[in-house]
Design a protein. Structure first.
Lengths: 450, 818
């Protein structure tokens, strides 16, 4: 009897993995423990090892297939063995995974008599345009198939066209006719009375994105399927905004103390065996220490209760080719600055290389996201629910300060944006935390002494 | 069970035995010499002439089917030809004594009976009557063909007319007796007392019983003969017809003027084969068919076997049986032993019987033996014999050449068939010369008096009037029927529990006191005979109102509804009308075999009008329309609604007569954002859904009650969709194949450009109907309608579904066949 190779379940929330590549091919001799293929979850890349030694008799899925976990993906045994009993029935088309999941959802829904509320899906994934909407759109020179549909399964229906009409500029009769003929697009505002778009206002070619009449031709865009990490991010972000009451407050701190300390580490750290400590490391360190004094911010909001943590595990957002990943520095509050720095760096690298383990990406109690290096001054971070707070870090900028003589001098300053879930935390305690954090960062030497 | 009769246990339990009368077998013993005392030579020769005419006619058809020509003139006849070569003596003997008031109904093998009865009528009618018939029938279309270059007598002209009309019908020509729409298996000619022949084996039995009922109830002259075959004695509806014809109530309960069994002879042309199955010794239990009479009534239906190869033996039997019927002693069963030399049809190679057997019968073939006997007796000589044969070949040759000629005998324009599907007449009374038989004055009827006190509108100051004080749906049914009983003397109503009990749903309560037995009676639990006899009653020219207690019983009357009730107006090319209403009650609470809405099944059948009123106003108005029309109407009612008060027509249900036309759906609620269409009692749940949609989601609805399914005027619904762009269709029928699916498909077609979402059907699940306690999981509820809108038409803000109406779920169910 041949031995099946299972698609492993990489953590509780993983439902399927994409096969990145087969490292062994059907017919190859494999030894127990050999990596036979590389797989990718929404979070990371792993290798699947041969559970036994023998001939790799058959691989049931191709590279790039998205395969549900705990399904046989290959069989190992002696040459000539029958593997038909191991072959998953749905192996023929693994792109069917998504359909299958949908079907399961339908079946579950039937059983529970509780189908989820349909939500509007982005343009591109929509099922079509109702005849009525199409007719209305045509009479108003609107390209109905470019609208985001709010009907079932994203169908563009009459009300979507009506909304687009409401948002469209008024058109002169000649402009309308020209638009219906195609090949031109209208600006949002025209040169006629009250902003009416005249025929002269029409521009050649397709309209720019975002306009109701936007009409990119097929050659001018590319549809990128929403899957893997992008799908998870999309779902999380949407859920975050749907399910929490987000409030962002901003402050800034004078970066002098941090910069001085960094200079010191840079010049002398190597000889002391200290790692290359970044501004970000220091902010994470300060935040972890400050959070310890503000447990309300180091918490999860779980609907019926708020869970405050005694330990501080700081998630730090990392930009990767696959999208945003948030590795978690566990017990950050108990670490020295150098420990924290040397813990975080390899985590970030493994994320960028796509090799982080799911465990590295779980368990955060607070998140820090830093767009400072990209020149962003300030922004509103989106909560990493169920965490109740996230800190956004902006870039260095000069800011006027009054010195002790009352003279205005410019110093390097960094903006902080704290988004909280107002369901769990009120403004004042959040402000106090931010104030405490600013204070800590501006007197970093003292913080190190703690 | 009427109270006037007691079921006495002492009688029931008394030890005794059942004895049956002896059933004679071929008891006729007279010689030709003896018969010459009562038959003239002309009569005796005439019988041979008619037999020879039929033999030549059938041989011609046989030759055309097998060789493609007759008398060297080629013709390809594509239709059927079920021949009765060998059975001529049976047909001629039967017809000899019959007048035009005696009506015969036939089978798929009835050419011989048509010709024999036609020749008998021509011999009996005077010239003026014959001319009048020929000139007025179909505006003289057939007469014009045969009278050209005709130089014989009126009777000769009538023979040409008969042969041409019958053959043009068989060859599906416009000048045929039924414009070619009946054809070989259905040809008939009512002015000669020839009523429909029937392509369904035994199909004529219950129809003929209904015709006999018509004669009895309306005291018309003549008897009825059902000419069916020995194989039909294996058909349930035939048994039902025998029993229906002999119900004891005719003797025990009906008034003196109407006493006695039905005036009908079931004449079984017993040729011993049903297609290739040998009824004698193989497929039937009775050995000698005449035995069956003993199982029907104490008279054994005066059953006997007679020799169908001897025309004089048949005449003798008909004479004796007619006398019995005139004494009120019907029904009669005759086992007429005969033999067909031809196969079942031209494709039949007779592989199921020995050549020797056929030869044995051919040795006694009456077409040879009867003229030989006449010659032996000196009635006929050889020259006369030859002259007859030559004359018959000439007559048939002439009719053949005329009827195959496309210029002289073209086919009907196909579109004309559409205009013949319904007669669409308004007829208040089918006999204005008579006063209806009733027992009391209408105003003395206790139920009429009781109804006068009821509130005829169901709401007072916006609140419902109590059930006991309000005029209900069942009262509306009663009122329409009661009024019609006092207007049309031909109206009869029957079905299960119609009398005394007042119908299982109390619609007929109050009629027992007012209407005599012969107009309102309890039928046996014989759905086929209930519907089939109503067909016969109606096509004889009387108005019949019959009832199926549950829609689910429709299957028991399948042929009668689908092939008979629906078809005879058009198959007769408008010669017959079918003023018949079939009330069908759609049940609830009684599970899988008593709770089905089968509107779709009858709607599918061409030739039926199908309505399903769900308000008292419509119930009375539409029943008035149905009972004043000339077409067959299947009138659906919902048992869930018999106590429903009128809540839409603010004037209430009028006391006087009014009609609600078939066709237009009724608008029960108005709105702008959604169109809902319902059939049946689902309307009331749809109105609940419409109310919630408007109150919770600001979505106002047009709600249509498609009370008339066929005909159906789609235009008001299309106009509504132009406004709303959205439509949901709901009924209590299982969704698959329902009329809602049909309407949805049609609306997708007719209103495509106006739709903002596909038409969505919410029907009952494709399951058996579960127990009463679980019906809400089976029949569409208002929540299902709202969920269907949310999932398939337009998402509703904040709506949480409780049922799964998604497409993926529909697909899954379809894959699973549920």
């Amino acid at each position: 009897m041949a031995t099946p190779v299972l698609m492993p379940k990489q953590g509780n929330s993983v439902e399927s993995c994409i096969i990145v590549q087969w490292m062994k091919n059907a017919g190859d001799q494999v030894n127990e423990g050999d990596a036979i293929c590389e797989i990718e979850t929404d979070k990371s890349t792993f290798e699947v090892e041969a559970p036994t030694s023998g001939i790799l008799l058959e691989t049931f899925f191709a590279a790039d297939d998205d395969v549900p976990v705990m399904i046989n993906i290959a069989a190992i045994g002696e040459a000539g063995e029958d593997v038909s009993a191991l072959r998953p029935s749905e192996a023929a088309d693994a792109t069917a995974v998504e359909e299958k999941v949908e079907e399961q959802v339908a079946v579950q829904a039937a059983a529970q008599v509780a189908a989820p509320t349909p939500t509007a899906v982005p343009a591109g994934a929509q099922v079509g345009v109702s005849p009525r909407a199409r007719q209305l759109a045509a009479s108003h020179a609107i390209q109905a198939d470019q609208l985001a549909g709010s009907g079932p399964e994203g169908r563009v229906i009459e009300r979507d066209v009506q909304a687009a009409i409401a948002n469209s500029p008024t058109l002169s009769a000649a402009a309308k006719q020209a638009l219906q003929a195609g090949g031109v697009h209208a600006p949002q505002q025209g040169s006629g009375i009250g902003g009416m778009v005249l025929q002269d206002d029409l521009a050649e070619g397709a309209a720019s994105a975002g306009m109701a009449t936007a009409a990119p031709s097929a050659a001018n865009y590319q549809d990128i399927p929403v899957k893997g990490i992008r799908k998870v991010i999309a779902e999380r972000m949407h859920a975050s905004l749907q399910n929490s009451a987000q409030l962002t407050m901003s402050s800034s701190f004078c970066a002098e103390s941090l910069q001085n300390y960094r200079k010191m580490v840079k010049s002398q750290g190597e000889s002391l065996g200290l790692p290359n400590i970044t501004i970000n490391d220091m902010i994470v360190y300060a935040a972890a220490k400050t959070l310890k004094r503000h447990p309300q911010l180091n918490a999860h909001f779980i609907g019926s209760s708020i869970r405050q943590f005694s330990d501080v595990h700081v998630g730090v957002a990392v930009d990767t080719d696959r999208g945003l990943l948030v590795p978690v520095v566990k017990h950050a509050d108990k670490m020295s600055l150098s420990e924290l720095s040397s813990t975080f760096k390899p985590l970030a690298v493994s994320c960028i290389e796509g090799k982080a383990s799911p465990d590295d990406l779980q368990g955060g109690t607070f998140t820090i996201t830093n767009l400072g290096s990209l020149g962003i001054e300030t922004f509103t971070p989106v909560l990493n629910v169920p965490e109740v707070a996230i800190l956004g870090v902006g870039g260095l900028q000069l800011k006027p300060y009054q010195d002790s003589d009352g003279e205005v001098i410019f110093k390097q300053s960094i903006a902080l944006s704290l988004t909280i879930d107002h369901q769990a935390v009120d403004g004042a305690p959040a402000a106090r935390f931010l104030q405490d954090l600013v204070n800590t960062l501006e007197h970093f030497d003292l913080a190190l002494a703690e | 069970m009427p109270k006037s009769q007691i079921v006495d246990p002492a009688q029931v339990r008394k030890s005794t035995k059942v004895s049956t009368p002896d059933i004679p077998v071929c008891a006729y013993k007279k010689t030709l010499k003896q018969e010459r005392k009562q038959f003239s030579d002309n009569d005796l020769i005439g019988m041979y002439e008619d037999m020879a005419l039929i033999r030549e006619f059938e041989s011609m058809l046989d030759q055309v089917k097998k060789e493609g020509s007759y008398q060297d003139v080629a013709y390809n006849h594509r239709g059927p030809a079920h021949l009765s070569i060998g059975q001529e003596a049976t047909a001629v003997g039967q017809a000899f004594l019959l007048g035009v008031d005696d009506h015969i109904f036939g089978s798929h093998r009835s050419h011989g009976e048509i010709l024999a009865k036609g020749m008998s009528a021509i011999r009996k009618l005077d010239n003026d009557s014959l001319l009048h018939i020929m000139k007025t029938f179909d505006d003289g279309a057939a007469l014009k063909v045969v009278e050209k270059d005709h130089d014989g007598s009126i009777k000769d002209l009538a023979i040409d007319f008969l042969l041409y009309g019958a053959l043009a019908e068989i060859f599906a020509r416009r000048n045929g007796f039924n414009k070619g729409l009946g054809g070989s298996m259905h040809a008939f000619f009512t002015p000669f007392g020839i009523y429909p022949n029937n392509a369904l084996v035994g199909g004529s039995a219950d129809i003929a019983a209904g015709a006999a009922l018509f004669k009895k109830v309306n005291q018309k002259d003549g008897i009825v003969i059902a000419n069916i075959g020995d194989a039909s004695m294996g058909c349930g509806p035939v048994w039902e017809a025998l029993n229906f014809s002999g119900m004891t109530q005719y003797n025990n309960l009906w008034d003196d003027a109407h006493k006695g069994g039905l005036p009908i002879i079931f004449s079984i042309a017993n040729n011993f084969y049903g297609m290739g199955g040998q009824t004698h010794g193989e497929t039937m239990a009775w050995d000698i068919m005449a035995r069956i009479g003993a199982g029907v009534n104490a008279d054994a239906m005066h059953s006997e076997r007679i020799d169908g190869f001897n025309p004089l033996a048949v005449v003798d039997a008909i004479k004796r049986k007619k006398e019995l019927i005139e004494k009120g002693s019907g029904p009669i069963l005759l086992d007429v032993a005969t033999y067909r030399f031809s196969g079942h049809s031209p494709s039949d190679a007779s592989s199921y019987r020995e050549k020797e057997e056929v030869q044995m019968w051919q040795d006694v073939d009456p077409i040879k033996t009867y003229p030989e006997a006449l010659k032996a007796e000196g009635v006929l000589d050889d020259a006369g014999h030859e002259a007859i044969k030559e004359r018959m070949a000439k007559l048939i040759g002439r009719a053949y050449r005329l009827s195959i000629d496309m210029d002289i005998s073209p086919r009907i324009d196909a579109e004309e068939i559409g205009s013949l599907m319904f007669s669409n007449k308004k007829i208040k009374s089918y006999d204005e010369t008579r006063k209806p038989d009733v027992l009391i004055k209408k105003e003395d009827n206790p139920r009429v008096q009781q109804l006068a006190k009821k509130a005829r509108f169901g709401l007072k100051d916006g609140k419902p009037v109590s059930k006991n004080r309000v005029y209900q749906y069942r009262d509306a049914i009663f009122e329409a029927i009661n009024d019609k009983f006092y207007e049309d003397p031909t109206l009869v109503a029957y079905g299960e529990e119609n009398r005394d009990w007042g119908g299982a749903f109390a619609c007929y309560r109050g009629l027992t006191e007012a209407i005599p037995y012969h107009r309102l009676f309890n039928s046996p639990i014989s759905e086929a005979a209930i519907v089939g006899s109503a067909v016969g009653y109606a096509l004889e020219g009387g108005r019949a109102l019959v009832e199926l207690m549950y829609c689910d019983f429709m299957g028991r009357a399948g042929d009668e509804i689908f092939n008979q009730m629906a078809k005879w107006q058009s198959m007769s090319a408008g010669v017959l009308e079918m003023p018949m209403v079939l009330r069908v009650s759609v049940g609830a609470k009684y599970g899988a075999q008593h709770s089905q809405d089968w509107v779709a099944i009858v709607n599918h059948i061409p030739g039926l009008k199908v309505v399903f009123p769900v308000t008292p106003y419509d119930a009375k108005g539409m029943l008035n329309t149905a009972l004043s029309g000339s077409d067959p109407v299947v009138f659906f009612e919902s048992q869930a609604l018999y106590d429903q008060a009128e809540i839409f027509e603010e004037g209430g249900v009028p006391e006087g007569y009014y009609e609600v036309d078939f066709g237009k759906p009724a608008l029960r609620r108005s709105g702008d954002n959604l169109t809902i269409v319902t059939v049946g009692s689902t309307l009331y749940r749809a109105l609940d859904a419409a109310k919630e949609l408007e109150e919770k989601h600001g979505m106002s609805c047009d709600v249509f009650d498609a009370r008339s399914i066929n005909p159906l005027d789609y235009e008001p619904i299309i106009e509504s969709i132009k406004k709303t762009g959205r439509v949901v269709l709901a009924s209590d029928a299982c969704a698959r194949g329902s009329v809602m699916q049909m309407m949805a498909a049609n609306l997708s077609h007719y209103a495509f450009d106006y739709l903002d979402a596909p038409p969505v059907v919410v029907g009952a699940r494709n399951w058996i109907t579960p127990c009463a306690e679980m019906e809400d999981d089976f029949f569409p509820q208002s929540a299902w309608i709202i969920d269907a809108v949310h999932e398939n038409i337009v998402p509703l803000d904040g709506h949480v579904v409780t049922t799964n109406q998604r497409v993926a779920e529909q697909l899954r169910r379809n894959r699973l066949a549920i």
